[in-house]
Design a protein around this ligand. Structure first.
Ligand SMILES: O=C(O)c1ccc(O)c(O)c1
Ligand SMILES: [Mg+2]
Length: 630
């Protein structure tokens, strides 16, 4: 598999773009003409710069408004093409992309267009160059790859071929299987892009909202399967016009892009077993069975405060680490670890982020293939020398730098709590409040990072992304997207904050980067849990009385149920499948909090409609200078 990316996909000046592209592992770049025009250096300089990075120029593009012009424009387009051929020779690339004509002057007529391409092919062949024709979804006469292919077929010239671009085909909902009948050797280049499904003018959608394969909603895998079936084995090139990426980090966008292509081709290979697809062998997406533990880093004071809150929520200190300053709190199947070591990664995380949940331990069947797949997809492994008697828990770095550990039942890892921890005391009677498991982990991330997180989780783990939900905070919008596995044992929510004044934005700003902002625990009886919490002295987040009046009216709740919800500050939601009950803890530190939920029936959401009221209640508890109360 050879990979390439258009320079237009990445932010920065040409030099920065090329460095990021090379570092991410691409083989080549498409030089987008504007990037060249904006660069203050000769074509030969650009060619050298590319090759010095170990890259090749896979394509020069775009050449516009070529086919089917009347005279005198027709002659001029050929002159213009000759000039660009000169430039290509200096750059050191042999392939040019011609996109379908959008000029009002274009005459149409498939044989006229074919004749123009035949002549262009003759001119290109004299210089050892090739030309590929791409149908823009908004082309005046040619807007469908099938028509572009017919023109290429009739041009019948070895230097003229087809360029496919998944966006143009899929945005127009053209069946990608129509590609299967095109000869692979006449496809000169394949450009790949995904996009979120939004109703919008095609050109605007294409130029501003494309994203990496797997980040959007288009059937890019079906498209690529069809391409693979033609026998095409050339470059796979990302061409992503995206406003956010233009302003984003060149490194992140390049890394995501490379990951997206590996993930795409891995999927294609599994679904088209009869076709040779050159992507490295790797284990299939990993089934994760939930959260085995969450690890906090803290100083002594933070740890003591956290322990008070945890105990009020029914957790008991169940163990102390044999050689480190690490405490284990447990309830039901939930393990929470508080690390107050003065050295190592936990300490660095504390120094950067303060008291925070910086690591997650996921349950998997086998850690070996899990790490192998993560690595194949470009994730960084995390290693810290184990102390005496400690296990080496395999781990990777998440997008924001947090740690994801893996625990399986194949090895001693499944006995980590017994091996590494000494038990503390005995379980006090009646302390637990009925929490059974981690229902979901909510990560607050910068809005621009959301796509990276989604791609990271869905490419490594057998999870799917859910539709984006907009959450209105009184100070701005927070976008929320869940990634979950099929049986709901692993649920991660990503909350993207666009500004610092939202609760999520405050958290990011004050804790210096994305991180886990809340943990939701499951109970099977929310009312029993609420009663037990009252006993143990936890004061849940107080919800506005107006909320309950509306709830009663909106859902037609039995007055008795509404009264119980009101009395216990329980939030309620319902969808087609079931019901959802939520209780929130007070906030801690820079806006960290816990949530307790009960899912009844097949409720599969996260109480999105309640979020504005929960956020308002949390903000009411903030001190005037904007710091949440502990
Ligand atoms: O938006 C455009 O004009 C444009 C140009 C070149 C391409 O390859 C493309 O897919 C779109
Ligand atoms: Mg294109």
């Amino acid at each position: 598999m050879k990979t390439s990316i258009a320079t237009v996909s990445i932010s920065g000046d040409l030099r920065e773009k090329l460095a990021a592209i090379a570092a991410a592992g691409f083989d080549g770049v498409e030089i987008f003409e504007n990037d060249f025009l904006a660069f203050d250096g000769s074509p030969a300089d650009v060619g050298k710069m590319v090759r010095d990075q170990g890259l090749e120029i896979t394509l020069f593009q775009p050449f516009r408004d070529f086919e089917g012009m009347p005279e005198p424009q027709r002659s001029r387009t050929f002159d213009r093409a000759e000039r660009k051929f000169d430039l290509m020779a200096q750059l050191g690339t042999d392939l040019m992309l011609v996109c379908s004509n959008v000029s009002p002057l274009a005459l149409g007529g498939i044989d006229r267009a074919a004749a123009d391409f035949r002549e262009l092919g003759e001119r290109a062949a004299k210089r050892g160059l090739r030309v590929g024709f791409e149908a823009l979804a908004w082309g005046k006469h040619v807007s469908d790859h099938r028509d572009a292919w017919e023109i290429v077929r009739r041009a019948d010239h070895p230097s003229i071929g087809l360029i496919l671009d998944s966006f143009h085909t899929l945005a127009r909902q053209i069946d990608p299987d129509t590609i299967r009948s095109i000869p692979g050797d006449k496809i000169f280049m394949v450009q790949l892009a995904d996009a979120p499904k939004i109703e919008m003018d095609l050109l605007y959608w294409s130029r501003h909202f494309r994203n990496m394969p797997g980040e959007g909603d288009l059937p890019v895998t079906a498209f690529m399967r069809a391409v693979a079936a033609t026998g095409y084995s050339g470059m796979l090139s990302l061409e992503i016009f995206n406003d956010q990426f233009r302003g984003g980090s060149p490194k992140t966008v390049a890394v995501d892009g490379h990951r997206s292509l590996i993930y795409l081709m891995d999927r294609v290979k599994r679904r088209e077993p009869g076709i040779a697809v050159s992507v490295p062998d790797m284990p299939d997406r990993i089934a994760a069975h939930g959260v085995e533990f969450v690890e906090f880093t803290a100083d002594e004071e933070g740890a003591a405060q956290l322990a008070v809150l945890l105990k009020a929520m029914g957790f008991r200190e169940a163990g102390r680490h044999k050689s480190k300053k690490v405490a284990l709190f447990r309830q039901g199947g939930i393990n929470l670890v508080i690390n107050t070591e003065r050295e190592g990664f936990a300490r660095s995380a504390y120094l950067v982020h303060g008291t925070s949940a910086y690591a997650l331990g996921l349950k998997v069947d086998d850690v070996g293939p899990t790490v192998a797949r993560a690595r194949a997809l470009g994730a960084e492994t995390f290693e810290q020398a184990p102390g005496p008697g400690e296990l080496t828990v395999p781990a990777i770095r998440g997008v924001g730098g947090g740690i994801i550990y893996f625990i399986d039942g194949q090895s001693n890892l499944g006995k980590i709590w017994e091996i590494e921890f000494d038990p503390v005391g005995v379980e006090p009677d009646g302390m637990a409040v009925g929490l059974t498991a981690v229902d979901h982990v909510a990560q607050t991330v910068a809005y621009e990072e959301m796509l990276s997180w989604v791609l990271f989780y869905t490419s490594i783990f057998r999870t799917e992304k859910k539709p984006m939900v907009d959450i209105v905070d009184s100070a701005g919008l927070v976008r929320s997207q869940a990634v979950a596995n099929e049986d709901g044992t692993l649920r991660l929510t990503l909350n993207g904050a666009e500004n610092r004044r939202t609760l999520a934005g405050h958290f990011i700003a004050e804790s210096f980067g994305s991180g886990i902002q809340h943990l939701a625990f499951a109970t099977s009886d929310i009312f029993a849990t609420a009663a037990a919490l009252r006993q143990s002295g936890l004061e849940p987040l107080e919800i506005s009385r107006n909320y309950y009046d509306d709830l009663e009216a909106r859902f037609g709740l039995e007055p008795h149920l509404a009264d119980r919800l009101r009395a216990e500050n329980i939030l309620y939601d319902r969808d087609g499948a079931g019901e959802y009950f939520q209780i929130y803890s007070p906030t801690f530190g820079e806006g960290f909090f816990f949530e307790i939920v009960e899912r009844r029936g097949g409720y599969n959401g996260y109480g999105g409609p309640n979020a504005p009221f929960r956020i308002a209640a949390q903000k009411r508890r903030m001190r005037p200078e904007g710091m949440p109360k502990v």
